[in-house]
Design a protein around this ligand. Structure first.
Ligand SMILES: Cc1cc2nc3c(=O)[nH]c(=O)nc-3n(C[C@H](O)[C@H](O)[C@H](O)COP(=O)(O)OP(=O)(O)OC[C@H]3O[C@@H](n4cnc5c(N)ncnc54)[C@H](O)[C@@H]3O)c2cc1C
Length: 383
């Protein structure tokens, strides 16, 4: 398969690279120390069209496609894993899901502002007792005149405390198990009974806000229902296909950062009278990182190209890319830390941050075990 980028894709990749290096890179080390998120960066990314690649032009997108989005995400995540997240919080999560399932009114109201970064978005499945097993969620929407009353608690939600709008998954009919979940578009800042708090105990992704959302008798109107009643599980699984490609792209970007840092350092560090890059064991480590990085890149591109060709059923292909890219990123960060020795263990160099951030890829958008379950189901169906 040919992953040669066309002129538009190359232009978008180069634009993302320039922005990440010139706008984000100078801020990142200081912001990481104080855990600062800059919403203005997300807005600037939006204004430059970063969140429009899989969105139709009618709603402010560019329609450039999944591959264009993947290579842009890689460029941003190579500089900052944290600012790779908004590709999901703005586009692959809310905007694309509204485009696929929303009413015309919902599309007009939300998508252009999510794409431009004027509104910040989030999506919320996870709860204190609900992670991989989405259907075990407890958040519940009770029917009332003209709408629904939401009660429950979501946690580990990226951008929660900053988000204007969220896709909130809640039970509307518990009897039906996962077929009784619905998806609601909630104006988080304007809805009474909604409160958010930041999670301050994170291990990494320090420039990406993560928080809890509590719903206490929060009224949402009928117009907030996204897709049909009790279709939320389907909406959620379809959304995860998009967010997983983006997560895999972030992992590839971070893998590239690890490789470059480790290779550069190995040529500069002198031990036993020569650069450590001359030692075969160091070369072996670098080669392993390089090969895994290449493979991860190709798997992500394959999944993105299939989507661009109209295949929206390549879930297992996406899980394969997400699983492999996440594992490769963690391995790359681990190896980079090894190659940098004590300097790898220092906050003076970025590899400790790379390792912390890489670990998130094995958890978010479905853990590595969950991706394996998807892949296993697919491969066993083939025989
Ligand atoms: C930085 C960050 C950002 C996040 N952002 C969001 C967000 O924006 N929105 C959102 O809804 N959620 C978000 N999450 C939550 C994330 O999606 C969940 O953490 C993830 O789905 C895993 O759930 P869990 O942590 O509860 O782990 P659990 O589901 O409790 O899993 C614990 C362990 O058991 C394993 N396990 C579980 N079930 C099985 C099984 N059937 N077979 C084998 N192994 C299994 C898992 O692989 C894992 O190793 C975020 C998490 C993090 C860390």
């Amino acid at each position: 398969m040919d992953f040669e980028l066309n002129e538009e894709q190359k232009m978008m990749r180069d634009m993302a690279r320039k922005f990440a290096r010139e706008r984000i890179a100078p801020l990142i080390e200081e912001d990481e120390k104080v855990h600062r998120f800059r919403p203005e960066i997300v807005r600037e990314m939006g204004e430059m069209g970063f969140f429009g690649a899989v969105i139709d032009e009618a709603y402010g997108g560019t329609g450039a496609g999944y591959l264009a989005s993947a290579v842009m995400t890689m460029e941003v995540a190579q500089v900052s894993a944290s600012y790779g997240l908004p590709f999901n919080m703005q586009m692959m999560g809310p905007a694309l899901t509204i485009q696929r399932w929303g009413s015309e009114e919902q599309k007009q109201r939300y998508i252009p502002k999510l794409v431009s970064g004027e509104l910040l978005g989030c999506f919320a499945m996870t709860e204190p007792n609900t992670g991989s097993d989405v259907a075990s969620m407890r958040t519940y929407a009770t029917r009332t005149e003209g709408g629904w009353i939401l009660n429950g608690q979501k946690t580990w939600i990226s951008q929660a405390q900053w988000a204007d709008v969220g896709l909130v998954f809640a039970y509307t009919d518990r009897e039906k198990k996962h077929r009784g979940i619905s998806c609601f578009l909630v104006d988080l800042k304007e809805t009474r009974g909604v409160s958010t708090t930041a999670i301050e105990t994170k291990f990494g992704l320090f420039c990406s806000p993560t928080g809890e959302i509590v719903f206490e008798d929060a009224f949402v109107p009928d117009t907030a229902l996204l897709g049909e009643l009790n279709q939320g599980f389907k909406v959620c699984m379809a959304m995860l296909d998009g967010t997983r490609i983006s997560c895999a792209s972030r992992a590839v970007g971070l893998g590239q950062a690890c490789l470059e840092e480790a290779a550069r350092y190995s040529k500069e560090r002198i031990q036993f009278g020569q650069p450590i890059s001359e030692f075969q064991m160091i070369q072996s480590d670098l080669v392993q990182m390089y090969v895994e990085h290449q493979a991860a890149y190709l798997l992500v591109c394959r999944a993105a190209v299939a989507r661009d060709a109209g295949n929206l059923k390549n879930t297992a292909e996406i899980s394969t890319a997400k699983y492999f890219a996440a594992e490769a990123a963690v391995h790359a960060a681990n190896t980079a830390m090894k190659i940098l020795g004590s300097y790898g263990f220092s906050t003076e160099y970025p590899v400790a941050r790379f390792l912390r951030d890489a670990k998130s890829y094995q958890i978010v958008e479905g853990t590595s075990n969950i991706q394996k379950m998807v892949i296993a189901r697919h491969l066993l169906e083939q025989v």
